[in-house]
Design a protein around this ligand. Structure first.
Ligand SMILES: [Zn+2]
Ligand SMILES: [Zn+2]
Length: 316
Protein backbone atom coordinates (compact mmCIF):
# COMPACT_ATOMS: atom_id res chain seq x y z
CA UNK A 1 0.00 0.00 0.00
CA UNK A 2 1.34 3.39 -0.98
CA UNK A 3 1.99 6.09 1.60
CA UNK A 4 -0.82 8.58 1.06
CA UNK A 5 -1.32 11.49 3.38
CA UNK A 6 -2.59 15.01 3.67
CA UNK A 7 -1.74 18.29 5.26
CA UNK A 8 -4.28 18.60 8.06
CA UNK A 9 -4.81 20.94 10.98
CA UNK A 10 -2.81 20.26 14.13
CA UNK A 11 -5.13 22.38 16.27
CA UNK A 12 -5.25 20.78 19.71
CA UNK A 13 -1.82 19.21 19.22
CA UNK A 14 -0.09 17.05 16.63
CA UNK A 15 -1.87 13.92 17.92
CA UNK A 16 -5.13 15.52 16.74
CA UNK A 17 -3.66 15.82 13.23
CA UNK A 18 -2.87 12.12 13.25
CA UNK A 19 -6.50 11.34 14.15
CA UNK A 20 -7.80 13.72 11.47
CA UNK A 21 -5.58 12.11 8.84
CA UNK A 22 -6.67 8.61 9.83
CA UNK A 23 -10.33 9.70 9.60
CA UNK A 24 -9.87 10.38 5.87
CA UNK A 25 -8.07 7.08 5.24
CA UNK A 26 -4.53 8.44 5.20
CA UNK A 27 -1.53 6.44 6.35
CA UNK A 28 0.84 9.40 6.69
CA UNK A 29 0.39 13.09 7.47
CA UNK A 30 1.82 16.59 7.21
CA UNK A 31 1.39 19.29 9.86
CA UNK A 32 2.47 22.75 10.88
CA UNK A 33 4.24 22.83 14.24
CA UNK A 34 1.72 25.44 15.45
CA UNK A 35 -0.50 28.15 13.99
CA UNK A 36 0.34 28.83 10.32
CA UNK A 37 -0.46 32.52 10.84
CA UNK A 38 1.80 33.12 13.80
CA UNK A 39 5.54 33.01 14.56
CA UNK A 40 4.74 32.11 18.14
CA UNK A 41 5.38 28.59 19.33
CA UNK A 42 5.07 26.98 22.72
CA UNK A 43 8.34 25.71 24.19
CA UNK A 44 9.36 22.40 22.65
CA UNK A 45 9.45 20.81 26.13
CA UNK A 46 5.69 21.35 26.40
CA UNK A 47 5.02 19.20 23.36
CA UNK A 48 3.06 16.08 24.35
CA UNK A 49 5.02 13.53 22.35
CA UNK A 50 3.61 10.61 24.35
CA UNK A 51 0.09 11.44 23.15
CA UNK A 52 1.38 11.73 19.62
CA UNK A 53 3.15 8.37 19.70
CA UNK A 54 0.02 6.75 21.09
CA UNK A 55 -2.12 8.21 18.31
CA UNK A 56 0.41 7.01 15.73
CA UNK A 57 0.43 3.49 17.16
CA UNK A 58 -3.36 3.33 17.10
CA UNK A 59 -3.63 4.61 13.53
CA UNK A 60 -0.40 3.35 11.95
CA UNK A 61 0.18 6.84 10.59
CA UNK A 62 3.80 6.96 9.42
CA UNK A 63 5.61 9.18 8.65
CA UNK A 64 4.73 12.60 10.05
CA UNK A 65 6.12 15.40 7.88
CA UNK A 66 6.33 18.98 9.16
CA UNK A 67 5.68 21.97 6.88
CA UNK A 68 7.46 25.22 7.74
CA UNK A 69 5.58 28.52 7.80
CA UNK A 70 4.82 30.20 4.48
CA UNK A 71 5.87 33.49 6.11
CA UNK A 72 9.52 32.43 6.00
CA UNK A 73 11.96 34.13 3.65
CA UNK A 74 15.62 33.14 3.90
CA UNK A 75 16.51 35.67 1.19
CA UNK A 76 14.87 38.63 2.88
CA UNK A 77 16.65 41.98 3.22
CA UNK A 78 14.51 42.78 6.27
CA UNK A 79 16.50 41.82 9.40
CA UNK A 80 13.38 41.26 11.51
CA UNK A 81 11.79 38.92 8.95
CA UNK A 82 15.07 37.11 8.58
CA UNK A 83 15.45 36.59 12.32
CA UNK A 84 11.85 35.38 12.60
CA UNK A 85 12.46 32.98 9.70
CA UNK A 86 15.61 31.56 11.29
CA UNK A 87 13.95 31.19 14.67
CA UNK A 88 10.88 29.48 13.17
CA UNK A 89 13.05 27.01 11.30
CA UNK A 90 15.21 26.33 14.35
CA UNK A 91 11.99 25.44 16.17
CA UNK A 92 10.63 23.28 13.36
CA UNK A 93 13.85 21.27 13.15
CA UNK A 94 13.67 20.63 16.90
CA UNK A 95 10.00 19.73 16.50
CA UNK A 96 10.82 17.27 13.71
CA UNK A 97 13.44 15.57 15.89
CA UNK A 98 11.16 15.55 18.96
CA UNK A 99 8.26 13.86 17.16
CA UNK A 100 10.45 11.41 15.21
CA UNK A 101 9.27 13.05 12.00
CA UNK A 102 10.42 12.65 8.41
CA UNK A 103 11.61 16.20 7.88
CA UNK A 104 10.65 19.85 7.64
CA UNK A 105 9.48 20.95 4.19
CA UNK A 106 10.64 24.50 3.54
CA UNK A 107 9.87 27.13 0.93
CA UNK A 108 13.15 29.04 0.95
CA UNK A 109 11.46 32.32 0.12
CA UNK A 110 11.85 34.95 -2.57
CA UNK A 111 14.72 37.03 -3.92
CA UNK A 112 12.17 39.76 -4.69
CA UNK A 113 13.72 40.78 -7.96
CA UNK A 114 17.37 40.52 -6.95
CA UNK A 115 17.84 37.22 -8.76
CA UNK A 116 18.99 33.79 -7.59
CA UNK A 117 22.65 34.58 -8.29
CA UNK A 118 22.67 37.48 -5.87
CA UNK A 119 21.07 35.60 -2.97
CA UNK A 120 22.21 32.00 -3.36
CA UNK A 121 25.32 32.26 -1.15
CA UNK A 122 23.51 33.94 1.74
CA UNK A 123 20.59 31.51 1.55
CA UNK A 124 23.06 28.62 1.51
CA UNK A 125 24.90 30.01 4.54
CA UNK A 126 21.63 30.35 6.47
CA UNK A 127 20.45 26.83 5.69
CA UNK A 128 23.89 25.47 6.60
CA UNK A 129 23.76 27.28 9.96
CA UNK A 130 20.29 25.87 10.68
CA UNK A 131 21.26 22.32 9.79
CA UNK A 132 24.56 22.41 11.70
CA UNK A 133 22.76 23.57 14.85
CA UNK A 134 19.81 21.18 14.60
CA UNK A 135 19.45 17.82 16.34
CA UNK A 136 21.06 15.04 14.26
CA UNK A 137 17.65 13.38 13.71
CA UNK A 138 16.18 16.50 12.08
CA UNK A 139 15.90 16.82 8.30
CA UNK A 140 15.61 19.99 6.22
CA UNK A 141 13.69 19.45 2.96
CA UNK A 142 13.80 22.11 0.23
CA UNK A 143 10.55 22.32 -1.75
CA UNK A 144 10.44 23.33 -5.42
CA UNK A 145 8.31 26.41 -6.09
CA UNK A 146 6.07 27.66 -8.89
CA UNK A 147 8.39 30.58 -9.46
CA UNK A 148 6.18 33.65 -9.31
CA UNK A 149 7.40 36.81 -7.58
CA UNK A 150 11.01 35.70 -7.40
CA UNK A 151 10.28 32.51 -5.48
CA UNK A 152 13.46 30.49 -5.04
CA UNK A 153 13.99 26.93 -6.29
CA UNK A 154 11.38 26.82 -9.04
CA UNK A 155 14.38 25.67 -11.10
CA UNK A 156 15.38 22.19 -9.96
CA UNK A 157 19.01 23.03 -10.75
CA UNK A 158 18.93 25.46 -7.81
CA UNK A 159 17.95 22.59 -5.53
CA UNK A 160 20.79 20.47 -6.94
CA UNK A 161 23.21 23.33 -6.23
CA UNK A 162 22.00 23.69 -2.64
CA UNK A 163 22.19 19.95 -1.98
CA UNK A 164 25.70 19.74 -3.40
CA UNK A 165 26.98 22.63 -1.36
CA UNK A 166 25.28 21.45 1.86
CA UNK A 167 26.36 17.83 1.35
CA UNK A 168 24.55 16.62 4.45
CA UNK A 169 22.39 13.54 5.06
CA UNK A 170 20.19 15.96 7.03
CA UNK A 171 19.16 17.75 3.85
CA UNK A 172 16.86 16.55 1.08
CA UNK A 173 14.05 17.92 -1.03
CA UNK A 174 10.33 17.70 -1.68
CA UNK A 175 8.70 17.71 -5.13
CA UNK A 176 5.35 19.48 -5.50
CA UNK A 177 3.44 18.46 -8.65
CA UNK A 178 1.46 21.73 -8.89
CA UNK A 179 4.56 23.87 -8.45
CA UNK A 180 6.56 21.87 -11.00
CA UNK A 181 3.76 22.03 -13.59
CA UNK A 182 3.37 25.78 -13.03
CA UNK A 183 7.14 26.22 -13.29
CA UNK A 184 7.22 24.56 -16.71
CA UNK A 185 8.06 20.94 -15.93
CA UNK A 186 5.72 18.57 -17.77
CA UNK A 187 4.85 15.61 -15.56
CA UNK A 188 4.15 13.14 -18.35
CA UNK A 189 6.09 10.43 -20.13
CA UNK A 190 8.80 11.82 -22.46
CA UNK A 191 8.08 8.85 -24.77
CA UNK A 192 4.68 10.35 -25.49
CA UNK A 193 5.70 13.76 -26.71
CA UNK A 194 8.34 16.18 -27.81
CA UNK A 195 10.25 18.14 -25.20
CA UNK A 196 8.11 20.94 -23.78
CA UNK A 197 10.54 23.55 -25.01
CA UNK A 198 10.64 22.19 -28.54
CA UNK A 199 8.35 25.03 -29.55
CA UNK A 200 7.03 25.35 -33.10
CA UNK A 201 8.67 22.18 -34.40
CA UNK A 202 6.09 20.32 -32.43
CA UNK A 203 2.97 21.80 -34.03
CA UNK A 204 0.46 19.30 -35.29
CA UNK A 205 1.90 16.26 -33.59
CA UNK A 206 -0.48 14.03 -31.72
CA UNK A 207 0.39 11.20 -29.43
CA UNK A 208 -1.73 8.70 -27.60
CA UNK A 209 -0.44 9.65 -24.17
CA UNK A 210 -1.57 13.23 -24.45
CA UNK A 211 0.95 15.00 -22.27
CA UNK A 212 0.38 18.59 -21.16
CA UNK A 213 2.63 19.65 -23.95
CA UNK A 214 0.95 17.74 -26.73
CA UNK A 215 -2.56 18.38 -25.60
CA UNK A 216 -2.16 22.11 -25.44
CA UNK A 217 0.96 23.66 -26.95
CA UNK A 218 -0.40 27.09 -26.04
CA UNK A 219 0.20 26.12 -22.41
CA UNK A 220 3.93 26.32 -22.90
CA UNK A 221 4.00 29.93 -21.79
CA UNK A 222 4.66 32.97 -23.88
CA UNK A 223 8.22 33.26 -22.66
CA UNK A 224 9.07 29.78 -23.87
CA UNK A 225 10.41 29.12 -20.42
CA UNK A 226 9.14 25.56 -20.24
CA UNK A 227 11.92 23.49 -18.80
CA UNK A 228 11.31 19.98 -20.06
CA UNK A 229 9.94 16.80 -18.58
CA UNK A 230 10.19 16.56 -14.80
CA UNK A 231 11.30 12.93 -14.96
CA UNK A 232 14.16 13.76 -17.34
CA UNK A 233 15.29 16.78 -15.37
CA UNK A 234 15.29 14.93 -12.04
CA UNK A 235 17.29 12.16 -13.71
CA UNK A 236 19.74 14.59 -15.37
CA UNK A 237 20.32 16.40 -12.07
CA UNK A 238 20.60 13.07 -10.20
CA UNK A 239 17.95 14.22 -7.72
CA UNK A 240 16.09 10.95 -7.06
CA UNK A 241 18.23 9.84 -4.12
CA UNK A 242 17.65 12.99 -2.12
CA UNK A 243 13.91 13.16 -2.81
CA UNK A 244 12.07 12.41 0.45
CA UNK A 245 8.49 13.53 -0.09
CA UNK A 246 6.04 14.34 -2.90
CA UNK A 247 3.28 16.93 -2.60
CA UNK A 248 0.42 15.86 -4.85
CA UNK A 249 -1.71 18.79 -5.94
CA UNK A 250 -3.51 19.61 -9.17
CA UNK A 251 -3.08 23.14 -10.56
CA UNK A 252 -5.75 25.78 -11.06
CA UNK A 253 -3.47 27.53 -13.55
CA UNK A 254 -2.10 26.37 -16.88
CA UNK A 255 1.26 24.80 -17.61
CA UNK A 256 4.22 27.17 -17.12
CA UNK A 257 2.01 29.88 -15.60
CA UNK A 258 4.34 30.44 -12.66
CA UNK A 259 1.28 30.62 -10.41
CA UNK A 260 0.86 28.64 -7.22
CA UNK A 261 -2.81 27.81 -6.79
CA UNK A 262 -3.62 24.23 -5.90
CA UNK A 263 -6.67 22.40 -7.27
CA UNK A 264 -8.37 19.22 -6.15
CA UNK A 265 -7.04 16.05 -7.78
CA UNK A 266 -8.39 15.65 -11.34
CA UNK A 267 -10.13 19.06 -11.22
CA UNK A 268 -7.19 21.18 -12.37
CA UNK A 269 -5.04 21.71 -15.44
CA UNK A 270 -2.57 18.85 -15.00
CA UNK A 271 -3.46 16.16 -17.55
CA UNK A 272 -4.67 13.07 -15.71
CA UNK A 273 -2.37 10.71 -17.61
CA UNK A 274 0.65 12.86 -16.87
CA UNK A 275 -0.01 12.94 -13.14
CA UNK A 276 -0.67 9.19 -13.16
CA UNK A 277 2.60 8.58 -15.02
CA UNK A 278 4.63 10.60 -12.55
CA UNK A 279 3.03 9.12 -9.44
CA UNK A 280 3.62 5.59 -10.65
CA UNK A 281 7.35 6.01 -11.28
CA UNK A 282 9.25 3.30 -9.36
CA UNK A 283 11.62 5.94 -7.97
CA UNK A 284 8.89 7.35 -5.74
CA UNK A 285 7.10 4.11 -4.86
CA UNK A 286 7.97 4.28 -1.16
CA UNK A 287 7.80 8.05 -0.64
CA UNK A 288 4.97 9.78 1.19
CA UNK A 289 2.47 11.39 -1.20
CA UNK A 290 0.95 14.37 0.59
CA UNK A 291 -2.18 16.23 -0.51
CA UNK A 292 -2.35 20.00 0.00
CA UNK A 293 -5.55 20.52 -1.97
CA UNK A 294 -8.36 22.97 -1.23
CA UNK A 295 -10.89 20.16 -0.67
CA UNK A 296 -14.29 19.61 -2.26
CA UNK A 297 -15.95 21.70 0.46
CA UNK A 298 -13.00 24.10 0.57
CA UNK A 299 -11.97 23.03 4.04
CA UNK A 300 -8.79 21.22 3.16
CA UNK A 301 -7.81 17.74 2.01
CA UNK A 302 -10.69 15.28 2.34
CA UNK A 303 -11.61 11.65 1.81
CA UNK A 304 -12.65 12.28 -1.81
CA UNK A 305 -9.19 13.61 -2.73
CA UNK A 306 -7.51 10.74 -0.89
CA UNK A 307 -9.61 8.29 -2.92
CA UNK A 308 -8.83 10.08 -6.18
CA UNK A 309 -5.14 9.88 -5.37
CA UNK A 310 -5.41 6.19 -4.48
CA UNK A 311 -7.10 5.61 -7.83
CA UNK A 312 -4.24 7.41 -9.60
CA UNK A 313 -1.75 4.97 -8.10
CA UNK A 314 -3.98 1.99 -8.89
CA UNK A 315 -5.16 1.30 -5.36
CA UNK A 316 -8.81 2.27 -5.62
ZN1 LIG B 1 3.66 21.87 -1.47
ZN1 LIG C 1 1.80 25.63 -3.37
Amino acid sequence: MRKIGAHVSAAGGPHKAVERAAAIECNCVQVFSGSPRSWRRKPIEQLDTAKLQEARRKTTIEPVVTHALYLINLASEDPALLENSMQALRYDLQFDAAIGGAGVVVHLGSHQGRGWDSVQEEVLRRVATLVENSPPEATFLIENSAGQKGKLSSDLAEIRWMLDRLASPQVGWCFDTCHAFAAGYALGDPQNGAAPNAGATHAGATHAGGSAVDAAPERRGAGGSARGFAVEEIERLALWDELRCVHVNDSRDPFDSGRDRHANINDGEIPHDDLAYFLNLPEIATLPLILEVPGIENDGPDLENVRRLRALVGEA
